[in-house]
Design a protein around this ligand. Structure first.
Ligand SMILES: CC(C)(COP(=O)(O)OP(=O)(O)OC[C@H]1O[C@@H](n2cnc3c(N)ncnc32)[C@H](O)[C@@H]1OP(=O)(O)O)[C@@H](O)C(=O)NCCC(=O)NCCS
Length: 205
């Protein structure tokens, strides 16, 4: 299995990507934003997508979308062909697209909306947190993507505050602060331990 950053040479896979996304949505019975082969081709050509191939056979796909003047990016359209599911491929693709997003858009918050448990699990492991829609991009173009989802009426009725999807967000700035806090906690703990050792262990000698 090879995972690569997609380019024009992968245009021939646009149709199978759309078909696999559409068929899987039908099977799941949940809503999904529809994508055309032309839309997928755009994603394949701008260096913002990862495609997984088993030889020449299509195995999986995911792409980056940029919103709100690069303040936000979303990792969207994750799909694994049914023949390759249950082997950790979605996890690997998501990790690669996450890495690519951080490389290309280091200052952006990374987010996604999903009804899928598998995606929630993967995102959580990558460091995403569940959030309300108010924390996500307010770029109307992003939310327009939901128009083709069968649950769009819910999103409209709630004035875009909630829907069946769960919003998940990776905020690199907040993550760094949290890591620093953890570092401080671990440093303080080590210092405390050493003070205690000096006090108590020396006395023992
Ligand atoms: C969802 C999908 C991408 C998962 O692909 P996959 O390669 O089989 O997933 P992985 O093998 O990497 O599994 C990742 C994790 O999700 C879990 N998982 C996979 N499919 C699952 C499912 N249908 N329901 C619940 N959990 C699932 C796995 O057990 C694994 O969890 P673990 O690390 O705790 O063991 C694939 O089934 C698919 O393309 N589905 C249709 C499209 C879709 O739903 N896309 C998401 C749109 S929001």
């Amino acid at each position: 299995m090879k995972l690569v950053v997609a380019n024009e040479s992968h245009f021939k896979y646009a149709q199978i990507i759309c078909d696999t996304i559409g068929e899987s949505a039908k099977v799941r019975g949940t809503g999904i934003a529809k994508r055309t082969p032309e839309y997928i081709q755009k994603k394949l050509s701008n260096g913002n997508a990862i495609i997984a191939l088993d030889g020449e056979k299509f195995a999986g796909f995911c792409y980056i979308e940029v919103w709100g003047h690069e303040k936000f990016v979303a990792n969207s359209g994750l799909i694994v062909h049914p023949d390759y599911r249950g082997q950790g491929l979605a996890k690997t693709i998501k990790a690669r697209i996450f890495e690519l997003s951080r490389e290309k858009f280091p200052n952006a918050k990374i987010f996604g909306i999903t009804t899928g448990l598998a995606v929630m699990k993967i995102n959580y492991e990558l460091g995403y947190q569940p959030v309300t829609f108010s924390e996500l991009t307010d770029d109307p173009e992003f939310w327009k993507g939901c128009q083709t989802c069968k649950n769009f009426d819910i999103l409209t009725r709630t004035e875009r505050k909630m829907c069946l999807c769960t919003g998940m967000l990776y905020d690199s700035e907040k993550k760094e602060k949290d890591n620093k806090k953890k570092e401080i906690t671990s440093k303080s703990f080590k210092r405390l331990k050493s003070i205690k050792e000096t006090l108590f262990l020396k006395k023992k000698k």
